[in-house]
Design a protein around this ligand. Structure first.
Ligand code: ZN
Ligand code: ZN
Length: 158
């Protein structure tokens, strides 16, 4: 399976999807011809170690599970469960919720992980990830948010 990188082009700001092949291949924006070609330097021991878009070394690991899917599942189960309650079938109502929870859990375990960049938000899907890679850290995220704010103030001169 080819790797997928969903990113915002640093130059023209368009949302792009890149599937470099091989994985360490050059990333390019089809809109403005921006390219980044750090190749194998973005990897350590065969694992992705920095953002392939901005080179930031802080990435967090996240389940590659569309939140909308989980939400839709929960919403459907809630509605069905309410109908069952209204029909005086409490066992069925609880059963529906339990089954939905189970499906949610199974789907969640089946989905792979992806790496998200703290700085530019690029999502690296289906890439080689170290099992020990840290998950989301609020402190790191806050640090990057502050940096970003400062950056904006400098560029806009406010
Ligand atoms: Zn571009
Ligand atoms: Zn990045």
């Amino acid at each position: 399976m080819a790797t997928h990188i969903i990113f915002q082009c640093p130059v023209c700001q368009t949302r792009r999807l890149a599937s470099p092949d091989p994985v360490e291949g050059v990333i390019r924006c089809g809109e403005c011809n921006w390219t980044r070609n750090e190749g194998i330097h973005d990897f350590a021991d065969g694992h992705l170690c920095r953002c392939r878009i901005c080179g930031c070394q802080d990435l967090w690991r996240q389940k590659d599970f569309p939140p909308a899917l989980g939400l839709a599942l929960v919403a459907t189960a809630a509605v069905l469960s309410c109908i069952a309650w209204a029909m005086y079938r409490p066992a069925l109502a609880i059963g529906i919720l339990m089954v939905a929870g189970l499906i949610d859990m199974v789907l969640y375990t089946m989905m792979g992980d992806m790496l998200v960049c703290y700085r530019c938000g690029a999502r690296h899907r289906r890439t080689a990830i170290d099992d020990q890679h840290p998950r989301f850290d609020l402190e790191t995220a806050e640090r990057y948010r502050q940096q970003d704010l400062k950056q904006r103030q400098i560029t806009h001169g406010t």
